[in-house]
Write a protein that binds this ligand. Structure first.
Ligand SMILES: *Cc1c(COP(=O)(O)O)cnc(C)c1O
Length: 456
């Protein structure tokens, strides 16, 4: 007979735990109840446990649950677009506009001139089209949704074949694989070429009465080198045009500016270039190198974009007013800076921060940590753009290297993660590094306090 007397009382335990975490009290009680259900099962299964063990276990899991609450962190990994850390931070300008629209009513679908129903996102769509130098554009929840939406719009039961080069059957991460996305959209994948080489004839030979479109996918997170070949986009474009089928490109990141002018990195293809080269419809993420909120942008010819907007599935993946506000500010920012200067986009600022300014901040931080039982030095390292952009692009950066006396590096890393805001660094060759390129200067003070606390 299992001994359920070891199970603590919900109320008593919840009361005791309330001083350990700052969570709503009913959530603590609910969490304790759910944990006790599992403990009851374990006891019923014959596990022999003391009450103290159960209470300790629930405290540990509750703390871990509390830390999973969405909160800001300091990204000291040096990876600019870190999907696990929320990709692109937003600029001040983009978020300052949020308050007004978020806390009040807005003209989301209301025409202020005639007082009648208005078009949702019409300003943003025109601004995007102007920025991207094309006829039309729109935005949906993310790039994956944009791709599914474009595919669903452009295929029909009679014409459902989508031609993709074998060198571009990318897996983006998080289960996003091009062949599977095509399948979900009702398309039939027609692979052409070989992994390393695809010729124009391969595309031409695959065209049938059932061909709906040719899809190009940017190899955003891997690099194909060696004995390779692929036709230039204008060649594929003229083939597609000759047969009256659209050529669509999933560009992934899609930097709108020449990011290689900001840092010594590979050139990231821009949507403007893709469209100039003959792509009919380009699709890219809003929260990678564009530096906006999570969204997927679709741009190109106005007849294709209007067909996409008329597809019923568009309604299921449309952006809400908060995203539209932030994206609108972000696109305006790019347009304002067209005359010169860089928009207020943190990832672009991080890309272009000179090493000297990282160095002077690093020196200040090192000085602040002088008296601690650890050796903190400034080391040269590199940064990556990340997030499925320019897989080969590493560029110079500076990091604080921390060698502890006593505490293990894993413990140090864990202590820094438990700071608020949490500090996320990385281990590299038995050393713990904090890369300053992705740390906002305004976070230096918090970084110093977290280090003091962790190293003391
Ligand atoms: C990142 C990426 C995606 C997915 O973008 P989300 O905005 O996360 O949906 C799709 N395609 C490519 C090529 C990418 O690099």
């Amino acid at each position: 007979m299992p001994d359920f007397s070891q199970l603590p009382s919900v109320e008593k335990l919840a009361h005791a735990l309330a001083s350990e975490v700052t969570l709503p009290r009913p959530l603590i009680t609910g969490f304790v109840k759910r944990s006790l259900v599992r403990w009851r099962e374990r006891l019923a299964a014959g596990e022999d446990t003391e009450r103290e063990t159960i209470e300790k276990d629930i405290l540990t899991t509750l703390k871990s649950f509390a830390s999973s609450r969405l909160q800001p962190v300091i990204n000291a990994t040096g990876v600019l677009i870190h999907t696990n850390l929320g990709r692109s931070p937003l600029g001040q300008r983009a978020t300052s506009a949020l308050g007004g629209v978020a806390t009040g009513y807005s003209n989301l679908e209301f025409n202020l001139l005639d007082g009648k129903r208005g078009q949702r996102a019409s300003y943003l769509e025109t601004a995007l089209a102007v920025l991207l130098e094309t006829e039309a554009a729109t935005a949906v929840n993310n790039c994956a949704a944009a791709l599914v939406l474009a595919l669903r719009t452009l295929i029909s039961p009679e014409k459902n074949e989508v031609i993709v080069s074998r060198g571009e059957l990318v897996e983006i991460g998080g289960g996003f694989r091009i062949p599977e996305v095509l399948e979900t959209s009702g398309a039939r994948l027609v692979e052409v070429g070989a992994t390393n080489k695809t010729h124009l004839d391969d595309y031409a030979g695959a065209l049938t009465e059932q061909t709906a479109l040719i899809l190009k996918v940017h190899r955003s997170n891997f690099y194909l080198g060696g004995f390779t070949a692929e036709p230039a986009v204008p060649e594929i474009a003229s083939l597609a045009r000759k047969h009256g089928i659209p050529l669509v490109e999933d560009l992934g990141s899609g930097a709108v500016m020449n990011t290689d002018e900001l840092a010594p990195i590979d050139h990231e293809p821009t949507p403007q270039e893709a469209l100039r080269n003959g792509i009919d419809l380009v699709i890219f993420s809003g929260d990678k190198l564009l530096g906006g909120p999570q969204s997927g942008i679709i741009a190109g010819g106005s007849n294709l974009v209007s067909r996409i907007k008329a597809e019923p599935f568009f309604r299921a993946v449309r952006c809400d007013k908060l995203i539209l506000t932030v994206l609108q500010e972000c696109i305006d920012d790019y347009l304002h800076s067209k005359g010169g200067g860089t928009p207020d986009i943190p990832v672009l600022n991080f890309l272009s921060t000179p090493l000297e300014s990282l160095e002077s901040r690093a020196k200040t931080i090192v000085k602040e940590l002088e008296k601690l039982p650890a050796r903190v030095t400034i080391v040269e390292t590199s940064s990556q753009t990340g997030g499925g952009t320019m897989p080969r692009s590493e560029f110079p950066s500076l990091a604080l290297e921390i060698v502890t006396k006593g505490t293990g590096l894993d413990t140090l890393a864990a202590k820094l993660r438990s700071a608020r805001p949490a500090v996320i660094g990385y281990l590299h060759e038995e050393k713990f590094l904090l890369n300053l390129r992705t740390v906002f200067p305004s976070q230096d003070k918090a970084l110093i306090s977290a280090l003091r606390e962790a190293l003391q």
